[in-house]
Design a protein around this ligand. Structure first.
Ligand SMILES: *[C@@H]1O[C@H](CO)[C@@H](O)[C@H](O)[C@H]1NC(C)=O
Ligand SMILES: *[C@@H]1O[C@H](CO)[C@@H](O)[C@H](O)[C@H]1NC(C)=O
Length: 400
């Protein structure tokens, strides 16, 4: 998710908020805040030490956007915020990856970034990595888990939607920014006023920081995590592999049919190998499985995030639509938002502030669920890395 580059843009997105924090940061900070609620009690003090924050002012949200704030000094890290597959082209095709594998360079994508930083932190626990390495790795991990839960960080089409101009009510923006900020802003703006009162859950209230999105987080907890999704949290953390393709029976395997089938499979494998000019990613493990977690999130791009209408002749031909993230790092997240008074400015732009788009997303609590999943997975990972010596509690502690 991105940080807005000007305070004017913040005002546009939300009406009035204190100028002291950047709006695009909210998604990351909300994920970090939810994670903080679910941390094992032993873990937070360790994290505060790594982050060099005093215990009384120690909050994961305060470093959640560090990786965005430093992406221009750390140019090497820019491609770590997303991943894209060569054959992916939502909303037509959601390949994760397709036959040709992943775009970019080996190890340099958000899924590998999560694996890499987790391993570095485990090394620190085993006294095999320095404090400075752990400090940087932890700040990256908190950020990457947020990025992974924004579906457009999982596709390379049109730089994750950054090149796709859209209309959102009286504003022009792009599809990526809409998901990074505008939809969250709308959620914050429309949250019902009863959530300005504290909830009867000390763990929730202790993690809130007096921000303008506190009420929104209470709503995510009350209408989501505490009830309808309470039973899903364990499943969100699980790495259970997709069901194995059933093997043809021995009977089928014997005789001509079997021989034909194995020849066919071998050919398929050869074709796939031959075509695979992309890169591989690190394989999922039994506890840490970013690919398994990201796959259904990525499918949302075909289901709802990338409107089919954007490929209508009416809206197409305005952009170079097959270029990729890699070609344009510096432009990534760099676009300014504008408020338009002049209706001509909207010519040819698809409006997404409609009941069929933003309305459906709001009704399904889709953004809220993505933020909740990010928070649960971040907490689960941190508990796993830093509290696993507590056998009585198991690797993941997820209860209020
Ligand atoms: C792994 O993370 C560290 C920082 O936390 C970084 O310096 C290094 O480049 C990363 N490596 C890969 C392959 O992502
Ligand atoms: C707040 O109000 C909504 C309806 O507007 C209701 O569904 C929800 O349960 C209320 N939340 C709390 C914490 O009372």
């Amino acid at each position: 998710m991105r940080i807005f580059s000007s305070y004017a843009a913040i005002g546009v997105a939300l009406g009035s908020i204190p100028g002291s924090f950047a709006w695009g940061a909210a998604g990351h900070e909300i994920v970090a805040t939810i994670a903080q609620m679910y941390l094992h009690p032993r873990v937070l003090p360790t994290l505060c030490g790594i982050l060099e924050l005093p215990n009384d002012r120690c909050h994961l949200a305060s470093v959640a956007t560090w990786a965005d704030q430093h992406r221009y000094q750390m140019r090497w890290s820019a491609a770590l915020h997303y991943v894209g597959a060569l054959d992916d082209y939502p909303s037509e095709t959601c390949a994760f990856p397709g036959p040709r594998g992943w775009a970019g360079h080996p190890g340099v994508n958000v899924l590998d970034g999560i694996q890499n930083t987790t391993r570095l932190l485990q090394d620190w626990v085993n006294e095999d990595a320095s404090h400075d390495v752990a400090n940087e790795a932890l700040k990256f991990l908190i950020h990457f888990v947020g990025d992974m839960h924004q579906p457009l960080h999982l596709t390379g089409r049109d730089r994750g939607g950054n090149s796709v101009k859209v209309r959102f009510g009286q504003r022009t923006t792009n599809l990526h920014s809409l998901w990074d900020g505008y939809l969250i802003a709308q959620g914050v703006r429309t949250v019902s006023s009863n959530y300005s009162r504290p909830l009867p859950y000390p763990k929730i209230e202790r993690a809130l920081r007096g921000t303008i999105y506190d009420s929104y987080i209470r709503r995510i907890m009350w209408e989501g995590l505490l009830h309808p999704w309470a039973g899903n949290a364990a499943e969100w953390l699980s790495c259970a592999a997709d069901a194995e393709p059933t093997e043809p029976s021995d009977l089928m395997n014997s005789g001509l049919l079997g021989a034909w089938q194995s020849a066919y499979r071998a050919t398929q494998k050869m074709v796939a190998t031959f075509m695979r000019d992309g890169v591989e990613i690190m394989p999922d493990g039994p506890v840490l499985c970013p690919h398994h977690w990201a796959k259904p999130l990525h499918q949302l791009n075909c289901e709802i995030v990338w409107p089919k209408a954007l490929d209508d002749v009416r809206y197409s031909g305005r952009f170079d639509s097959r270029d990729n993230h890699d070609c344009a790092d510096e432009a990534l997240f760099g676009e300014e938002e504008e408020e338009e008074d002049d209706d001509d400015a909207f010519d040819g732009l698809l409006d997404l502030d409609t009941p069929e788009y933003a309305g459906v997303i709001a009704k399904r609590l889709l953004i809220e669920k993505l933020l909740a999943q990010g928070g649960i997975r971040l907490a689960g990972l941190l508990n796993y890395i830093f509290a696993r010596e507590g056998p009585e509690l198991g690797p993941f502690v997820v209860n209020m």
